[in-house]
Design a protein around this ligand. Structure first.
Ligand code: DLZ
Length: 164
C-alpha cells in the first residue's frame, strides 16, 4: 500500500529553499499527544533546518483533530502567515467516530486550501491502532511531521513560482 513499509520522510530539495523569512503556523492536536508531539518535533526541526526562525513559527494546541480546521481558520485570520500545518492522530476505536472525524478534518482542510491563497497541510495520521501511529511518528516508517513540513515548503515554493 501507500507507505510500502519504507521510511517516506527522507527529503532532499534540489534548490534548498531558505525559510529565514517564512512565517508558519503549526497547530497540534492534544489527542494521542505522545504521537502528535513526536510529529511536532519532526516538523519543527525540519523547518528550522531549512532556515526558519523560532520567532516566525507559531504553535497552537487544540483538544482534538476535529478542532484543527477551525483553529487554522482563526489563525489565518489573525496572523500574516505563509503556511499552516495541522498535526493530528486519529486512531480507530470500537465505534465509527474516527471515520467522521477524519472525513470532517479532511474536508475542512481542503475548504481552507481552496478559500485562502496559501497552503494548509493535512498532517493527520488516520491509523488502525497505536502501533501504526508510532511507526509513522518517528518510528520505522518515518515521521509524518517531517513530511508535513516538506509539503508546506513545497507548496510555498509553488506559490512563489507563480508570483507575477
Ligand atoms: C473524541 C475523539 C476520539 C474518540 N478519538 C480521537 C482520535 O483518535 N484522535 C483525535 O485527534 N481526536 C479524537 N477525539 C476528539 C475529537 O477530535 C474532538 O476533539 C472532540 O470530539 C471534541 O470536539
Amino acid at each position: 500500500m501507500a507507505s510500502a513499509k519504507k521510511n517516506l520522510s527522507k527529503y532532499k530539495f534540489e534548490n534548498a529553499p531558505d525559510l529565514k523569512e517564512a512565517r508558519v503556523g503549526i497547530i497540534v492536536s492534544e489527542w494521542n499527544h505522545e504521537i502528535t508531539e513526536a510529529m511536532f518535533d519532526g516538523c519543527d526541526k525540519t523547518l528550522k533546518q531549512l532556515g526558519a526562525k523560532k520567532k516566525n513559527l507559531h504553535r497552537i494546541n487544540v483538544p482534538g483533530s476535529f478542532e484543527l480546521p477551525a483553529a487554522a481558520k482563526m489563525l489565518v485570520e489573525s496572523k500574516k502567515l505563509d503556511a499552516i500545518i495541522c498535526l493530528g492522530c486519529i486512531i480507530k476505536g470500537e465505534t465509527r467516530h474516527d471515520e467522521f472525524i477524519s472525513q470532517a478534518v479532511a474536508n475542512g482542510m481542503m475548504e481552507l486550501n481552496l478559500r485562502y491563497n496559501m497552503p494548509f497541510v493535512f498532517g493527520v495520521l488516520t491509523t488502525e491502532n497505536m502501533e501504526q501511529a508510532q511507526d509513522r511518528a518517528g518510528g520505522k516508517l518515518g515521521n509524518k511531521g517531517i513530511e508535513a513540513a516538506v509539503s508546506a515548503v513545497k507548496m510555498m515554493m509553488v506559490k512563489n513560482s507563480l508570483k507575477k
